[in-house]
Design a protein around this ligand. Structure first.
Ligand code: XMP
Length: 510
């Protein structure tokens, strides 16, 4: 039986972070929409966390859940909106704060007898982000922590038969220095979690489940060279061996030598893999197309067509496996009605193929996928490689995509990425690449006037690609890369560095 904590998602930007923090404690958890608590299928549940939300609890259309029913059975921790909902539902009062409280605060009072706050001292830094505030607590609730501005920064339910705690601040955010301690107090101290969730235990249970579900069926999986699909393939290979066929499509817009190198890696891992060079089709269909969305759509549709044809050349295939991971699913959930991004792993292919879908990593975060890859013995360079977009260099060539432009960009990109590796900077950034700009500018090389292309270097730090900061790379390093690109890549005479963060920019330019 899988012991787990359920996180009810009320639409906060940081719900995923709550999940990550709980998993970092080696405790399995699942994030489910606020109105989808798995009543009737509660095996293994040991506690419930209510997330934050952009809404106000007193709004007519506020998201609600039956907290009394939950708290009669499980310890419940409300965070921000979750805490306000708890207080409001039980008879307390919540009102707009005189001013939005955002940023760092310090606990001025801590009840050291409260199990939620065990080991947390007054003076601990917490992170606030709320527009409403609790102005009175329900009967039987008592305040257990305050800050200078927020009297009910944390509270406890002292009733018989229910177990509730609420915190106005965000323990899941890195800036809450005592956040991990608080979540540990809740999950381990209060809920009794055994902290036994690990990459090895995941592999063991998933391989057993896959064998049971798939039986003797054949499975097909599309490899992209990225860590998610690669780990999914190795995991499936461990479960069903050669009954898994992998297809690796080259659309012609991968990094320099990527197709050949990665294909070799896959073969070394013992995967039954077929490499398909479909680049002519992709370039032909992209000819003359400049609109970013159309480019993406064409590449997506071509990929599906090529993959579908290859997959159906395998006899009796019943399942389509994908390297979908947890953030892909959560991003596609759209609790508040705002679709952040329709991730390409979640849509398109399965509908077209009429196969059953197998997604063995769908409950893992990226860092957990990497841990599973390591535990499966995969080489580090496959596991720690940067994310790379499905449409490849096509979304880094602004304007029409041609073979000639791809060749120029591959050279510049190779110099940048190799430079990051040689300088020990590769693992310090989340993702990096070069963008080929649709402008030419005047330069001088030797005694010659040049009129050539400009490229932009992009490197960002991030933990999940939802937000990102431009990487503060050393000037000496950038000078070296810029020099090398201009000297070695024919057709480029200018190099810029993109210093925009996400939001408001995005990581890719298209
Ligand atoms: P943005 O540009 O939205 O990118 O900030 C966030 C992350 O997603 C990657 N990305 C994609 N990955 N197919 C993918 O598999 C796509 O169409 C796609 N578009 C963006 C991007 O590289 C970054 O890691």
């Amino acid at each position: 039986m899988q012991e787990k904590i359920i996180i009810l998602d009320f639409g906060s930007q940081t719900t995923q972070l709550i999940g990550r923090r709980v998993r970092e404690l080696n405790i399995y958890c699942e994030i489910v929409p606020y109105n989808k608590f798995p009543y009737g299928n509660e095996e293994g549940i040991i506690g419930v966390i209510l997330s934050g939300s952009p809404l106000s609890v007193y709004d007519k259309d506020a998201f609600r859940t039956d907290i009394t029913r939950l708290a009669a059975k499980y310890p419940v921790l409300g965070i921000c909106y979750g805490a306000q909902l708890m207080a409001f539902t039980m008879g307390g009062n919540v009102e707009p704060a005189p001013s939005r409280e955002y940023g760092r605060a310090r606990l001025s009072y801590v009840d050291d007898a409260c199990p939620l706050l065990s080991g947390i001292e007054p003076g601990a830094q917490v992170w606030m982000s709320h527009g409403d505030t609790i102005t009175s607590l329900p009967d039987h609730f008592k305040v257990v922590a305050s800050t200078a501005d927020v009297r009910f920064a944390a509270f406890e339910d002292c009733s018989e038969g229910t177990q509730m705690w609420g915190v106005q601040f965000h323990p899941e955010v890195y800036h809450s220095e005592c956040g991990m301690q608080l979540l540990r107090n809740f999950a381990v101290g209060i809920c009794g979690a055994s902290q036994s969730w690990s990459a090895e235990s995941f592999i063991e249970s998933t391989v057993a489940e896959l064998r049971e579900t798939l039986g003797d069926d054949k499975v097909v999986l599309g490899l992209s060279g990225g860590v998610d699909s690669s780990v999914a393939a190795v995991l499936l290979n461990r479960a069903i061996g050669d009954r898994l066929t992998c297809i690796f499509v080259d659309h012609g817009m991968l990094r320099k030598d990527e197709f050949r190198n990665v294909l070799r890696d896959y073969e070394c891992l013992g995967l039954n893999v077929k490499g398909v060079d479909a680049s002519n089709k992709f370039f032909a269909d992209l000819a003359g197309v400049t609109d970013p969305e159309r480019k993406r759509k064409i590449i997506g549709a071509d990929f599906i067509e090529v993959f579908d044809k290859e997959a159906h050349s395998i006899r009796d295939v019943r399942w389509l496996a994908q390297g979908t991971i947890y953030p892909d699913c959560i991003e596609s959930l759209s609790i508040t009605g705002t679709v952040i991004k329709s991730h390409h792993n979640v849509g398109g292919l399965p509908e077209k193929m009429n196969l059953k879908l197998c997604e063995p990593l769908r409950l893992l975060f990226k860092d957990e996928v990497r841990a599973v890859g390591r535990a499966l013995g995969m080489p580090e360079h496959l596991i720690s490689r940067h994310p790379f977009p499905g449409p490849g260099l096509a979304v880094r060539i602004l304007g029409e995509v041609t073979r000639e432009k791809v060749a120029v960009l591959q050279e510049a990109d190779h110099i940048f990425i190799q430079g990051l590796r040689d300088s020990g900077l590769y693992d310090k950034v989340w993702q990096a690449g070069v963008i080929l700009l649709p402008v030419q500018s005047v330069g001088v090389m030797g005694d010659e006037r040049t009129y050539e292309r400009a490229v932009a270097l992009r490197a960002v730090t991030s933990t999940d690609a939802m937000t990102a900061d431009w990487a503060h790379l050393p000037y000496e390093f950038m000078a070296k890369v810029s020099n090398e690109i201009i000297n070695k890549v024919r057709g480029v005479n200018r190099v810029c560095y993109d210093i925009s963060s996400k939001p408001p920019a995005t990581i890719e330019w298209e």
